[in-house]
Design a protein around this ligand. Sequence first.
Ligand SMILES: [Zn+2]
Ligand SMILES: [Zn+2]
Length: 256
Amino acid sequence: MNINERILNFIDILGDLDDISKKLYLESPETWIDFSDKVSEQNIDEMVLFYASKYNYVSVLKFVNENKIINLDGPSRNKQFSSIRNHLIAVSKDYNSIDTYNYLIGNYEHESTSKMEKDTLEEKQNINSYTPVFLCPHCNSNVFENGYKVFEEISYNFSKEKNKSQEISRQRDSRVFCCNCNYNIDNVSVDLLENLCSIHNCKKCGKDLTEIGIDEKIKMKFNDKDKKFTSSVKTYNCPSCQEELTEYQAKYFNLI
Ligand SMILES: [Zn+2]
Ligand SMILES: [Zn+2]
């Protein structure tokens, strides 16, 4: 049964809340404390919904909405917005969270989204259609299509209070494996693969081109007739590793 077919219980969204919590911990440990307290008290408020929208976890929105825990059309604590829904729509748009955005506007079709908002989202969806490429050195499959995997080591011990085993630590292994052939791809990290997913980043070294800039290169060819170098081909390259931008990136940055 999928998420659209039934009303969710708190226990159903715990896994997603846990995922949000992990992301938030890396982003802002202080906010994370606040967030974790709310989750442990089962107190889902606008702040929790903010992060659910930011990280695109539609289950959490669906849970509060369908169990009538929060009226999404009620006033937002952020006075810039006329309702919680509008606040979350803005957050979803800012962070390109397509699922939460669609959920929030899908239940609200009578209040039409302005054309500009729709255009912006369509633009973002187009950007999403960009598929990065990283070829497995062993089987040559694109790991962004066929998948890559990492392992997590979870340690447990026995809790006398709870009378059952409990998780005491969790550590992610830094190795990356190709899902297609199980090869251990040793020249790549999860961080680099994540960086490659953004069209802003160099597809070889993963650096953010909007931060480090782009080199424009003109290849000069020697012309035998008049004994002069003349320019022939112009390319755009990453200033850090000299990798040429893809055609898709060059178009995205309005270079061609
Ligand atoms: Zn492979
Ligand atoms: Zn580069």
